[in-house]
Design a protein around this ligand. Structure first.
Ligand SMILES: [Mn+2]
Length: 441
């Protein structure tokens, strides 16, 4: 890893945090420094088993060490400090390997317990960002210094703009995911069931399930119409015709989020055409990306294009305009066309209009749209149009006025195929777009 781009990344963060703290004080706040906590270990209820740990996003933004009770200390004018807590413990491996490429950007203070932190702090008025308010108080921070809303808005908003270092991590996470997706498709074409396809993906990526940025969706046939399908069926699936797999990888805390849909040769021919159509729709939507376009424009274009495709394939009757007016396309794509992406798969600040926390709500007909931002250079998000045959949504229309626009014979034929989603990760460049996923295919 390149130490220079990491240091540039930290320089940007120092600058952002300094500005955020200045803005905070201009509005009457008092804070001069921040302690950013990775989080605390937690346990299942009435159990001594630990819940797999996932560090807080604003902490991982600084330090690529996914471990509980680690702290970044940021005080403008001072080199950032990493309070690295390494307790004495012979039950677990608590060692942390510091790498020069990131370690040189911090003053690393190694401690045996987090109780030792206060004695290393200056008298700058301290705030706390993180999930444990009780701990914050123990470390000497009182409300309103715990997760101050104004600072959160400022920092969440800025997270959408990635540094060169972050883009490099996201690219690496995409490269790895593409390897996994290729293995998953091969497993499917060779008759693998959901469990086997899932394991083929993990194996190809060389990762444990806990290391995934989110729970893999590995859905065969009609399961692919369950948007967040969470199981991995172990039954014989040699006769399966459709695979929808939504799976990513994580590199230094940054996650990719990629979906591919594959079919076997003998799949329903309309479904095969629909898949080709959806791949084209996705590429056209990616082609719309450039600074100044708003994300809801891409979402609306997705609904319009899917409406047109459904008409072209005789799955619906009428015009694409009618499909929009009657919100028929929405029945086939009930989710948003994508979301901001970074440390969190659904990255923060998607509905923010500015650093002060004013929001832009998604359109009333698409409440699930997670991103309403105006696109600008350095933003990373997904583009993931989908088209599904979801009985729960479609059957409610069968005997209604709206249902007259739907070719039910064909829908009945397509139910067993489930649905389609095609998803790439996209970077906004000064003049347009870089597809972080397809460059590795
Ligand atoms: Mn996604």
């Amino acid at each position: 890893m390149n130490q220079v781009i990491f240091q540039q990344h930290i320089d940007v963060l120092v600058d952002n945090y300094s500005k955020a703290l200045s803005a905070h004080r201009e509005q009457g706040g008092q804070l001069e420094a921040l302690l950013i906590h990775s989080g605390s270990e937690s346990f299942y209820f009435a159990d001594d088993r630990r819940i797999p740990f996932q560090a807080y996003g604003h902490y991982l933004h600084w330090i690529p060490v996914n471990r509980p009770d680690q702290f970044a200390y940021v005080c403008p004018g001072q080199k950032p400090i990493y309070f690295q807590v390494v307790p004495d413990d012979y039950w677990h491996d608590q060692s942390i390997a510091n790498a020069d490429w990131w370690g040189n950007s911090f003053q690393i203070t190694r401690l045996g317990s987090l109780d030792e932190i206060p004695r290393h702090l200056t008298d700058a008025k301290l705030g706390y960002l993180g999930p444990n308010a009780e701990l914050a108080q123990k470390l000497g921070v009182d409300q309103p210094g715990i997760n101050p809303t104004d600072l959160n808005y400022y920092l969440n908003y800025q997270r959408a703009y990635k540094t060169a270092y972050e883009v490099a991590q996201l690219k690496a996470a995409n490269k790895l995911a593409v390897t996994g997706h290729n293995a998953a498709r091969d497993s499917f074409l060779n008759g693998g069931n959901e469990y086997q396809i899932h394991m083929a993906y993990l194996e190809a990526c060389g990762m444990l399930e806990d290391e995934s940025p989110y729970t893999n969706i590995v859905a065969l046939d009609k399961n692919s119409a369950i948007l967040h399908y969470q199981y991995k069926n172990k039954t014989n699936s040699e006769g399966s015709q459709v695979l929808l797999i939504d799976a990513g990888c994580r590199v230094n805390g940054y996650g990719s989020d990629v979906t591919r849909t594959s079919v076997k040769e003998n799949v329903n021919s309309t479904f095969k055409d629909l898949l080709q159509g959806m791949v084209n729709v996705e590429l056209e939507l990616v082609g719309m990306v450039k600074p100044g376009v708003t994300y809801p424009e891409i979402h609306l274009a997705a609904l319009f294009k899917i409406g047109q495709l459904l008409i072209d394939l005789d799955i619906c009757h009428g015009s694409a305009e009618e499909m929009m007016e009657k919100e028929l396309s929405h029945l086939f794509m009930p989710h948003g066309v994508g979301h901001l992406l970074g440390i969190q798969v659904h990255d923060v600040g998607g509905h923010q209009k500015d650093i002060r926390g004013n929001t832009r709500a998604p359109p009333g007909h698409s409440p699930a749209l997670r991103n309403t931002r105006e696109l600008s250079e350095g933003m990373v998000f997904t583009i993931e149009p989908g088209c599904y045959f979801i009985p729960l949504l479609l059957e409610a229309e069968r005997n209604q006025e709206r249902g007259k626009s739907i070719n039910w014979n064909l829908v009945d034929e397509l139910y067993p195929c489930g649905g389609i989603r095609v998803e790439d990760n996209i970077l906004v460049t000064p003049s347009g777009v870089e597809n972080l996923t397809r460059q590795f295919e």
